[in-house]
Design a protein around this ligand. Structure first.
Ligand code: CP
Length: 357
Protein backbone atom coordinates (compact mmCIF):
# COMPACT_ATOMS: atom_id res chain seq x y z
CA UNK A 1 0.00 0.00 0.00
CA UNK A 2 1.45 3.35 -0.97
CA UNK A 3 0.34 5.06 2.21
CA UNK A 4 2.46 3.66 5.02
CA UNK A 5 5.24 1.43 3.71
CA UNK A 6 6.38 0.52 7.24
CA UNK A 7 3.03 -1.09 7.88
CA UNK A 8 3.07 -3.43 4.89
CA UNK A 9 3.38 -6.54 7.03
CA UNK A 10 0.26 -5.80 9.09
CA UNK A 11 -1.64 -4.67 6.04
CA UNK A 12 -1.04 -8.13 4.58
CA UNK A 13 -2.19 -9.70 7.86
CA UNK A 14 -5.45 -7.76 7.78
CA UNK A 15 -6.21 -8.43 4.15
CA UNK A 16 -9.38 -10.52 3.90
CA UNK A 17 -10.11 -10.22 7.64
CA UNK A 18 -13.70 -9.70 8.80
CA UNK A 19 -14.61 -6.89 11.18
CA UNK A 20 -17.68 -8.08 13.05
CA UNK A 21 -16.57 -6.90 16.46
CA UNK A 22 -13.45 -5.00 17.52
CA UNK A 23 -13.03 -7.79 20.10
CA UNK A 24 -11.73 -9.92 17.21
CA UNK A 25 -9.04 -7.39 16.24
CA UNK A 26 -5.84 -7.21 18.30
CA UNK A 27 -4.67 -3.97 19.93
CA UNK A 28 -2.01 -3.77 17.23
CA UNK A 29 -4.55 -4.16 14.41
CA UNK A 30 -6.79 -1.47 15.89
CA UNK A 31 -3.80 0.79 16.26
CA UNK A 32 -2.92 0.28 12.59
CA UNK A 33 -6.47 1.19 11.56
CA UNK A 34 -6.39 4.38 13.62
CA UNK A 35 -2.97 5.35 12.28
CA UNK A 36 -4.07 4.80 8.70
CA UNK A 37 -7.25 6.82 9.33
CA UNK A 38 -5.09 9.68 10.65
CA UNK A 39 -2.92 9.41 7.55
CA UNK A 40 -5.94 9.63 5.24
CA UNK A 41 -7.30 12.61 7.17
CA UNK A 42 -3.98 14.44 6.99
CA UNK A 43 -3.58 13.79 3.28
CA UNK A 44 -7.10 15.03 2.57
CA UNK A 45 -6.70 18.11 4.76
CA UNK A 46 -3.35 19.14 3.29
CA UNK A 47 -3.70 18.13 -0.35
CA UNK A 48 -7.38 17.27 -0.91
CA UNK A 49 -8.92 13.82 -1.38
CA UNK A 50 -7.17 13.61 -4.77
CA UNK A 51 -3.98 12.84 -2.82
CA UNK A 52 -5.40 9.66 -1.30
CA UNK A 53 -3.84 6.64 -3.02
CA UNK A 54 -6.36 4.66 -5.04
CA UNK A 55 -5.51 1.40 -3.33
CA UNK A 56 -8.93 -0.14 -4.01
CA UNK A 57 -9.10 0.68 -7.71
CA UNK A 58 -11.59 -1.58 -9.53
CA UNK A 59 -12.70 -3.15 -6.24
CA UNK A 60 -16.34 -3.32 -5.22
CA UNK A 61 -17.76 -3.15 -1.71
CA UNK A 62 -21.34 -4.41 -1.43
CA UNK A 63 -23.40 -2.75 1.31
CA UNK A 64 -26.37 -4.85 2.35
CA UNK A 65 -28.78 -2.75 4.39
CA UNK A 66 -31.67 -4.27 6.37
CA UNK A 67 -32.02 -1.00 8.32
CA UNK A 68 -31.79 2.71 7.51
CA UNK A 69 -28.67 4.88 7.69
CA UNK A 70 -27.70 8.51 7.18
CA UNK A 71 -23.95 8.39 7.89
CA UNK A 72 -22.74 4.84 7.51
CA UNK A 73 -23.94 4.44 3.94
CA UNK A 74 -22.68 7.89 2.90
CA UNK A 75 -19.28 7.47 4.56
CA UNK A 76 -18.66 4.01 3.08
CA UNK A 77 -19.80 5.21 -0.33
CA UNK A 78 -17.53 8.28 -0.31
CA UNK A 79 -14.71 6.27 1.22
CA UNK A 80 -14.76 3.63 -1.52
CA UNK A 81 -14.82 6.36 -4.16
CA UNK A 82 -11.85 8.19 -2.60
CA UNK A 83 -9.93 4.88 -2.54
CA UNK A 84 -10.59 4.37 -6.24
CA UNK A 85 -13.25 1.67 -5.91
CA UNK A 86 -17.03 1.44 -5.97
CA UNK A 87 -19.60 0.91 -3.22
CA UNK A 88 -22.88 -0.70 -4.24
CA UNK A 89 -25.89 0.03 -2.00
CA UNK A 90 -28.30 -2.86 -1.69
CA UNK A 91 -31.63 -2.55 0.09
CA UNK A 92 -31.99 -6.10 1.43
CA UNK A 93 -35.76 -6.06 0.83
CA UNK A 94 -35.09 -5.80 -2.92
CA UNK A 95 -33.06 -9.02 -3.03
CA UNK A 96 -34.23 -12.65 -3.32
CA UNK A 97 -33.65 -13.27 0.39
CA UNK A 98 -36.64 -14.05 2.59
CA UNK A 99 -35.16 -12.51 5.77
CA UNK A 100 -37.30 -9.63 6.99
CA UNK A 101 -40.09 -10.29 4.46
CA UNK A 102 -43.40 -12.16 4.49
CA UNK A 103 -42.12 -14.82 2.12
CA UNK A 104 -41.42 -18.19 3.70
CA UNK A 105 -38.90 -19.35 1.12
CA UNK A 106 -35.94 -17.33 -0.07
CA UNK A 107 -32.40 -17.59 -1.29
CA UNK A 108 -30.00 -19.32 1.15
CA UNK A 109 -27.37 -17.21 2.90
CA UNK A 110 -24.57 -19.34 1.45
CA UNK A 111 -25.82 -18.76 -2.10
CA UNK A 112 -26.04 -15.00 -1.51
CA UNK A 113 -22.53 -14.99 -0.02
CA UNK A 114 -21.23 -16.88 -3.05
CA UNK A 115 -22.65 -14.18 -5.36
CA UNK A 116 -20.90 -11.33 -3.53
CA UNK A 117 -17.71 -13.42 -3.58
CA UNK A 118 -18.03 -13.69 -7.35
CA UNK A 119 -18.81 -10.06 -8.07
CA UNK A 120 -17.03 -8.09 -5.34
CA UNK A 121 -14.18 -7.77 -2.85
CA UNK A 122 -15.92 -6.88 0.42
CA UNK A 123 -19.37 -7.07 1.98
CA UNK A 124 -20.84 -4.74 4.60
CA UNK A 125 -24.03 -5.68 6.44
CA UNK A 126 -26.33 -3.59 8.64
CA UNK A 127 -29.04 -5.53 10.47
CA UNK A 128 -30.61 -4.27 13.69
CA UNK A 129 -33.62 -2.72 15.44
CA UNK A 130 -36.95 -3.10 13.61
CA UNK A 131 -35.43 -5.41 10.98
CA UNK A 132 -35.06 -8.05 13.70
CA UNK A 133 -37.83 -6.85 16.06
CA UNK A 134 -34.93 -5.69 18.34
CA UNK A 135 -34.32 -9.33 19.37
CA UNK A 136 -30.84 -9.47 20.87
CA UNK A 137 -28.29 -11.56 19.01
CA UNK A 138 -30.34 -12.17 15.84
CA UNK A 139 -28.55 -9.57 13.71
CA UNK A 140 -25.09 -10.53 14.89
CA UNK A 141 -25.83 -14.23 14.24
CA UNK A 142 -26.94 -13.35 10.69
CA UNK A 143 -23.72 -11.44 9.97
CA UNK A 144 -21.63 -14.29 11.37
CA UNK A 145 -23.50 -16.80 9.19
CA UNK A 146 -22.78 -14.68 6.11
CA UNK A 147 -19.13 -14.29 7.16
CA UNK A 148 -18.71 -18.06 7.53
CA UNK A 149 -20.07 -18.53 4.02
CA UNK A 150 -18.25 -15.64 2.31
CA UNK A 151 -14.59 -15.66 1.33
CA UNK A 152 -14.40 -11.87 1.01
CA UNK A 153 -14.10 -9.75 4.19
CA UNK A 154 -17.40 -9.03 5.94
CA UNK A 155 -17.71 -5.70 7.75
CA UNK A 156 -20.37 -5.17 10.39
CA UNK A 157 -22.03 -1.85 9.54
CA UNK A 158 -24.06 -2.08 12.84
CA UNK A 159 -26.00 -4.97 14.30
CA UNK A 160 -27.84 -5.51 17.57
CA UNK A 161 -24.59 -6.05 19.54
CA UNK A 162 -21.76 -4.09 17.93
CA UNK A 163 -20.92 -1.14 15.67
CA UNK A 164 -17.17 -1.58 15.17
CA UNK A 165 -16.49 1.10 12.56
CA UNK A 166 -18.41 3.61 14.72
CA UNK A 167 -16.36 2.61 17.77
CA UNK A 168 -13.15 3.32 15.83
CA UNK A 169 -14.46 6.78 14.89
CA UNK A 170 -15.39 7.44 18.53
CA UNK A 171 -12.03 6.51 20.06
CA UNK A 172 -10.21 8.31 17.21
CA UNK A 173 -12.19 11.49 18.02
CA UNK A 174 -11.60 11.12 21.77
CA UNK A 175 -7.83 10.79 21.25
CA UNK A 176 -7.79 13.60 18.70
CA UNK A 177 -9.42 15.90 21.28
CA UNK A 178 -7.60 14.82 24.46
CA UNK A 179 -4.30 13.26 23.39
CA UNK A 180 -3.22 10.38 25.63
CA UNK A 181 -6.51 8.63 26.54
CA UNK A 182 -5.05 6.87 29.62
CA UNK A 183 -6.90 7.97 32.74
CA UNK A 184 -9.41 10.16 30.89
CA UNK A 185 -13.08 9.67 31.79
CA UNK A 186 -15.78 8.74 29.25
CA UNK A 187 -19.42 8.53 30.32
CA UNK A 188 -21.84 6.45 28.27
CA UNK A 189 -25.17 7.67 29.54
CA UNK A 190 -28.67 6.33 28.98
CA UNK A 191 -30.85 9.21 27.78
CA UNK A 192 -34.54 9.65 27.27
CA UNK A 193 -35.98 9.54 23.78
CA UNK A 194 -39.40 8.51 22.47
CA UNK A 195 -37.52 6.54 19.78
CA UNK A 196 -36.29 3.19 21.12
CA UNK A 197 -32.67 2.38 20.19
CA UNK A 198 -30.66 -0.83 20.24
CA UNK A 199 -27.45 -1.58 22.14
CA UNK A 200 -24.76 -1.57 19.44
CA UNK A 201 -23.17 1.85 19.91
CA UNK A 202 -23.05 2.01 23.73
CA UNK A 203 -21.77 -1.57 23.83
CA UNK A 204 -19.17 -0.91 21.15
CA UNK A 205 -17.67 2.02 23.08
CA UNK A 206 -17.96 0.09 26.35
CA UNK A 207 -15.71 -2.69 25.03
CA UNK A 208 -13.34 -0.51 23.00
CA UNK A 209 -12.49 2.51 25.19
CA UNK A 210 -11.13 0.49 28.14
CA UNK A 211 -8.52 -1.00 25.75
CA UNK A 212 -7.03 2.50 25.60
CA UNK A 213 -6.86 2.86 29.38
CA UNK A 214 -9.94 5.10 29.50
CA UNK A 215 -12.05 5.16 32.67
CA UNK A 216 -15.49 4.32 31.30
CA UNK A 217 -18.65 4.90 33.31
CA UNK A 218 -22.02 3.50 32.24
CA UNK A 219 -24.66 5.76 33.81
CA UNK A 220 -28.18 4.41 33.48
CA UNK A 221 -31.42 4.27 35.46
CA UNK A 222 -32.10 1.00 37.27
CA UNK A 223 -33.34 -1.66 34.86
CA UNK A 224 -31.33 -0.53 31.83
CA UNK A 225 -28.38 -2.89 32.03
CA UNK A 226 -26.49 -3.84 28.88
CA UNK A 227 -25.32 -7.38 27.99
CA UNK A 228 -23.79 -8.71 31.27
CA UNK A 229 -21.24 -10.85 29.36
CA UNK A 230 -19.95 -7.78 27.52
CA UNK A 231 -19.89 -5.75 30.75
CA UNK A 232 -17.65 -8.47 32.26
CA UNK A 233 -15.50 -8.52 29.12
CA UNK A 234 -15.12 -4.72 29.26
CA UNK A 235 -14.05 -4.98 32.92
CA UNK A 236 -11.43 -7.60 32.01
CA UNK A 237 -10.11 -5.43 29.17
CA UNK A 238 -10.00 -2.41 31.47
CA UNK A 239 -7.90 -4.37 33.98
CA UNK A 240 -5.48 -5.51 31.28
CA UNK A 241 -5.05 -2.00 29.85
CA UNK A 242 -5.01 0.15 32.99
CA UNK A 243 -8.51 1.57 32.55
CA UNK A 244 -11.71 0.94 34.48
CA UNK A 245 -15.38 0.24 33.95
CA UNK A 246 -18.04 1.32 36.42
CA UNK A 247 -21.82 1.01 36.19
CA UNK A 248 -23.93 3.47 38.18
CA UNK A 249 -27.35 5.07 38.42
CA UNK A 250 -25.87 8.26 39.90
CA UNK A 251 -25.71 10.52 36.86
CA UNK A 252 -24.30 13.61 38.61
CA UNK A 253 -21.44 11.63 40.16
CA UNK A 254 -20.75 9.91 36.84
CA UNK A 255 -20.36 13.23 35.07
CA UNK A 256 -18.13 14.85 37.69
CA UNK A 257 -14.73 15.50 36.04
CA UNK A 258 -15.68 13.59 32.86
CA UNK A 259 -13.89 14.39 29.60
CA UNK A 260 -16.72 13.28 27.33
CA UNK A 261 -20.33 12.20 27.63
CA UNK A 262 -22.29 10.15 25.10
CA UNK A 263 -26.04 10.44 25.90
CA UNK A 264 -27.95 7.77 24.08
CA UNK A 265 -31.24 5.98 24.47
CA UNK A 266 -31.13 2.20 24.64
CA UNK A 267 -33.79 -0.45 25.14
CA UNK A 268 -34.40 -2.38 28.37
CA UNK A 269 -33.22 -6.01 28.58
CA UNK A 270 -36.91 -7.04 28.54
CA UNK A 271 -37.56 -5.38 25.18
CA UNK A 272 -34.56 -6.99 23.51
CA UNK A 273 -35.65 -10.40 24.81
CA UNK A 274 -39.40 -10.15 24.15
CA UNK A 275 -39.32 -7.99 21.01
CA UNK A 276 -40.37 -4.50 19.98
CA UNK A 277 -43.70 -5.65 18.54
CA UNK A 278 -44.79 -7.09 21.91
CA UNK A 279 -43.20 -4.69 24.41
CA UNK A 280 -42.96 -1.28 22.71
CA UNK A 281 -45.90 0.38 24.53
CA UNK A 282 -44.82 -0.98 27.92
CA UNK A 283 -41.26 0.14 27.22
CA UNK A 284 -42.25 3.73 26.42
CA UNK A 285 -44.21 3.90 29.70
CA UNK A 286 -41.04 2.93 31.59
CA UNK A 287 -39.16 5.75 29.82
CA UNK A 288 -41.65 8.35 31.11
CA UNK A 289 -40.05 8.08 34.59
CA UNK A 290 -36.64 9.06 33.26
CA UNK A 291 -37.35 12.09 31.07
CA UNK A 292 -34.78 14.09 33.04
CA UNK A 293 -31.98 11.80 31.79
CA UNK A 294 -30.72 14.35 29.30
CA UNK A 295 -27.50 16.34 28.89
CA UNK A 296 -28.11 19.93 29.96
CA UNK A 297 -25.77 22.89 30.44
CA UNK A 298 -25.89 22.29 34.22
CA UNK A 299 -24.71 18.70 33.76
CA UNK A 300 -21.94 19.81 31.37
CA UNK A 301 -20.74 22.18 34.10
CA UNK A 302 -20.01 19.16 36.33
CA UNK A 303 -17.54 17.82 33.76
CA UNK A 304 -13.87 18.62 33.28
CA UNK A 305 -13.63 22.18 31.94
CA UNK A 306 -12.53 20.74 28.58
CA UNK A 307 -15.36 18.16 28.72
CA UNK A 308 -17.31 17.60 25.51
CA UNK A 309 -20.50 16.11 24.20
CA UNK A 310 -19.96 13.14 21.91
CA UNK A 311 -22.61 11.25 19.95
CA UNK A 312 -22.62 8.66 17.19
CA UNK A 313 -25.71 10.38 15.70
CA UNK A 314 -28.54 10.61 15.01
CA UNK A 315 -28.98 12.64 18.18
CA UNK A 316 -32.52 13.36 19.32
CA UNK A 317 -32.40 17.10 19.93
CA UNK A 318 -34.13 18.28 23.08
CA UNK A 319 -34.42 14.69 24.33
CA UNK A 320 -30.94 13.18 24.61
CA UNK A 321 -29.32 16.61 24.96
CA UNK A 322 -30.39 20.24 24.93
CA UNK A 323 -29.94 22.14 21.67
CA UNK A 324 -27.61 24.77 23.16
CA UNK A 325 -25.18 22.03 24.26
CA UNK A 326 -25.39 20.18 20.94
CA UNK A 327 -24.63 23.36 19.00
CA UNK A 328 -21.90 24.70 21.31
CA UNK A 329 -18.75 24.63 19.14
CA UNK A 330 -16.49 24.52 22.21
CA UNK A 331 -18.31 21.70 24.03
CA UNK A 332 -19.68 19.49 21.25
CA UNK A 333 -17.59 17.40 18.82
CA UNK A 334 -20.41 15.46 17.18
CA UNK A 335 -19.64 16.61 13.62
CA UNK A 336 -15.90 15.97 14.01
CA UNK A 337 -16.86 12.47 15.16
CA UNK A 338 -19.05 12.00 12.07
CA UNK A 339 -16.19 13.20 9.84
CA UNK A 340 -13.78 10.81 11.54
CA UNK A 341 -16.25 8.04 10.71
CA UNK A 342 -15.25 8.56 7.08
CA UNK A 343 -11.48 8.23 7.71
CA UNK A 344 -11.79 5.23 10.02
CA UNK A 345 -14.14 3.42 7.62
CA UNK A 346 -11.70 4.11 4.79
CA UNK A 347 -8.91 2.62 6.87
CA UNK A 348 -10.96 -0.54 7.50
CA UNK A 349 -11.86 -0.83 3.81
CA UNK A 350 -8.25 -0.35 2.67
CA UNK A 351 -6.80 -2.76 5.22
CA UNK A 352 -9.29 -5.58 4.75
CA UNK A 353 -9.81 -5.35 0.96
CA UNK A 354 -6.40 -4.31 -0.34
CA UNK A 355 -5.12 -7.82 -0.98
CA UNK A 356 -8.46 -9.40 -2.02
CA UNK A 357 -8.33 -10.62 -5.61
N1 CP B 1 -23.81 6.51 13.50
C1 CP B 1 -24.48 5.83 12.54
O1 CP B 1 -24.31 4.60 12.36
O2 CP B 1 -25.33 6.59 11.82
P1 CP B 1 -26.34 6.05 10.74
O3 CP B 1 -27.33 5.16 11.49
O4 CP B 1 -27.01 7.23 10.15
O5 CP B 1 -25.59 5.24 9.72
Amino acid sequence: MGVMPSLRYLVRELSGKDLISTLEWSDEEIDIALKLAAEFKQLANYYGVEAIPKVLERKVFYMLFFAPSTRTRAAFESGMYFLGGHAAYIDATTTRMAFGKQEKAGEAVKDVAAMYDLYGHGLGIRILDKAIDYLYGVGNAYIREMARAAKIPVINMADDMFHPTQGLADIFSFIERFGDPQGKKYVIMWAYSPEIRGWCSPQEDMILFPRFGVDVVIARPPGFDLDPKLVEKAKELAKEHGGSLEVTDNLQEALRGAHAVFPRNWATPTLVQVGYSKFKDEELKIYEKYKNWKVTRELMDLMDKRGVLMHVLPIFRGYEADEDVIDDPKRSIIYEQAENGLWTKMAVLALTMYGVK
